[in-house]
Design a protein around this ligand. Structure first.
Ligand SMILES: O=P(O)(O)OC[C@H]1O[C@H](OP(=O)(O)OP(=O)(O)O)[C@H](O)[C@@H]1O
Ligand SMILES: Nc1nc2[nH]cnc2c(=O)[nH]1
Length: 183
């Protein structure tokens, strides 16, 4: 298991975004190409690892949560809630402030109702800024977050609750190093 995810991470390119070593990978960037076999490997492992008991919505953030969220939704038949970078001003929309190691911006949560039981999945957890914003927004909307799973955990990060990861990496000047796999 994880042959494709691990080997593709260990050989992926990296660029500098200011001080930040930014790795470039199909799961976290959609480039150069998302191979179906890689996406399938990730999706199957997400289903295996997540607690989906009575979960009625999968929550992801635009943009790089979308393809993994779609894959998970198609397998599980659980509807997908995409937290967007664009606002719609619909009743109940929750605005969130997102900050990462290289960017800041706003996210807008729609489609969540009080009492929903959700899981959050994302491609990468690095500073945790995005995940903390999603957790805050879901608390405001009244959802119960049953589980949190990231495909790639980049270093140590406290988001104020337990979460799961498929692989843990470190990134330095020489590139990406896979430290551990969780399966
Ligand atoms: O733990 P953090 O430091 O918050 O980093 C993780 C976030 O960074 C990326 O999103 P980004 O904001 O770059 O947007 P994208 O998905 O559109 O690439 C990624 O998809 C995660 O959501
Ligand atoms: N692709 C990519 N996404 C990220 N999200 C947070 N850090 C990173 C990174 O280094 N690369």
């Amino acid at each position: 298991m994880f042959n494709k995810l691990v080997t593709s991470l260990e050989s992926c390119p990296m660029v500098q975004r200011g001080e930040y070593h930014y790795f470039i990978h199909p799961v976290s960037d959609g480039v150069p190409l998302v191979e179906p076999a890689l996406l399938r490997e990730v999706a199957i492992e997400m289903v295996r690892v997540l607690d989906l008991t009575r979960v009625n919505k999968i929550v992801v953030a635009e943009a790089m949560g979308i393809h993994i969220g779609v894959a998970l939704s198609l397998i599980t038949d659980i509807p997908l809630c995409i937290v967007r970078k664009r606002h719609y001003d619909l009743p109940g929309e929750v605005a969130l402030h997102q900050s990462t190691g290289y960017s800041k911006g706003e996210l807008y949560l729609n489609g969540i109702e009080e009492g929903d039981r959700v899981v959050i999945v994302d491609d990468v957890l690095s500073t945790g800024g995005t995940m903390k914003a999603l957790l805050e927004g879901l608390a405001v909307a009244g959802a119960e977050v049953r589980d949190v799973l990231v495909v790639i955990k980049r270093g140590e990060c406290d988001i104020g609750r337990d979460y799961k990861a498929l692989v843990e990496i470190e990134v330095d000047e020489s590139g990406v190093h896979v430290k551990d796999t969780f399966f």
